[in-house]
Design a protein around this ligand. Structure first.
Ligand code: GLU
Length: 382
């Protein structure tokens, strides 16, 4: 059970002049290892239970990569696509006013998550600073570099995952120039993952967004796909590629599958048809328990979310350090420390996995829980 869970209701005046009440949540799962840390998502189907689960995952994630944070998560039940920019700003500011007493640089530090971005992080910062009457950059991470953000934060979740993937490929004896990769999701995380892989010379054969996907067995020109999506709003109908559904993407012919969209995408209905040899979870909780069991039986290596997508929160931690020290790090320094942190965590999880012959998700959870419980014990709480 989480240490604290807050439900807030707050009014927002819409452009029409009407006032609407919104519901928001913030959950501190655990903060034995340091201030609670986790993103804020804006989603129409958000529930308190889902936020609790995601806050638990954040606690595990921070412990797996051994950064001094606990875990939290929050969000507002809203479809941001239905709001004007003005309404979105007022929803964000209303939510911050409602949770301002429960966040802070040494209490709980929000960050971006599904459908929230740098612009929203600036509104969070600004509203919090207005309430406190002083500057407090370290209250939120994922800010733009010009306003206290860290270099490389915007693509750190994707790059952190790729560092881990390359270690996993070494263990599996997979050759960079022989593998084909499919990426589900073309939001911040999926798009950056596809872009970085493409720039590194990997063959990305399929990508998708919420409207559908595309496939080209000889490899997609990801830069051109990005330009196409900027113009048309979707990757669908990209020239020289075949349109596929999101479901077809997950079971397409590829060696590495990267779910980078929403939860529960890989489940009992499609897991048996997955052809990939490695599944890397860049999304939070994209695989259900049943699918996880099927992958284990089929000897598909699954790199779990708590490890695979921790690069984002790792660079959030670097951002927080920079803010507390009024310092700015060069990109090289951020990347070097990110790589070291991710590879250390991968090696720790993988050796535990070898030792106990269990799946990587289990060893990641064991490592994380051991660290959290050790902190609780040292504090005298257990
Ligand atoms: N929302 C991201 C995650 O789920 C980032 C969290 C953070 O940087 O605090 O990992």
């Amino acid at each position: 059970m989480p240490r604290r869970a807050f439900i807030v209701h707050f009014p927002v005046r819409l452009d029409s002049g009407k006032i609407k009440m919104f519901v928001g949540y913030r959950v501190h799962y655990n903060d034995a290892r340091g201030p609670a840390k986790g993103g804020i998502r804006f989603h129409p189907e958000l529930t308190l239970d889902h936020v609790k689960d995601l806050s638990f995952l954040m606690a595990l994630k921070c412990a797996v990569v051994n950064i001094p944070f606990g875990g939290s998560k929050g969000g507002v039940v809203v479809n941001p696509k239905e709001l004007s920019r003005n309404e979105l700003e007022h929803v964000t500011r209303g939510y911050v006013r409602a949770i301002a007493s429960y966040i802070g640089p040494f209490v709980d530090i929000p960050a971006p998550d599904v459908y929230t971005d740098e612009k929203i992080m600036v509104w969070i910062l600004d509203e919090y600073e207005r309430i406190k009457g002083k500057h407090e950059f370290a209250v939120v991470t994922g800010k733009p570099v010009e306003l206290g953000g860290s270099k490389a934060r915007s693509y750190s979740t994707s790059l952190g995952g790729i560092y881990v993937l390359e270690e996993a490929m070494k263990r599996k004896g997979m050759d960079k120039f022989e593998v084909s990769i499919a990426v589900q999701g073309f939001g911040n995380v999926g798009e950056n993952a596809a872009r970085i892989l493409h720039e590194k010379g990997y063959k990305v054969v399929a990508v998708s967004d919420s409207k559908g996907g595309i496939i080209d067995k000889s490899g997609l020109d990801i830069k051109a796909v990005m330009e196409f999506k900027d113009k048309t709003g979707s990757v669908v109908n990209f020239s020289n590629a075949t349109n596929i559904t999101n479901e077809e993407l997950l079971t397409c012919e590829c060696d590495i599958l990267i779910p980078a969209a929403l939860s529960d995408q890989l489940n009992k209905d499609n897991a048996n048809d997955v052809k990939a040899r490695v599944v890397m979870e860049l999304a939070n909780a994209p695989t259900t328990k049943e699918a996880d069991d099927i992958f284990f039986q089929k000897e598909i290596m699954l790199i779990p979310d708590a490890l695979a997508n921790a690069g984002g929160v790792v660079v959030s931690y670097f951002e927080w350090i920079q803010n507390l020290n009024n310092d700015y790090w060069e990109e090289d320094k951020v990347l070097e420390r990110l790589k070291k942190t991710m590879i250390t965590a991968f090696n720790e999880v993988h050796s535990l996995c070898d030792e106990k012959s269990c799946r990587m998700r289990k060893s990641a959870y064991q490592l994380a829980l051991k660290r959290i419980l050790h902190a609780e014990r040292m504090r005298g709480n257990l």
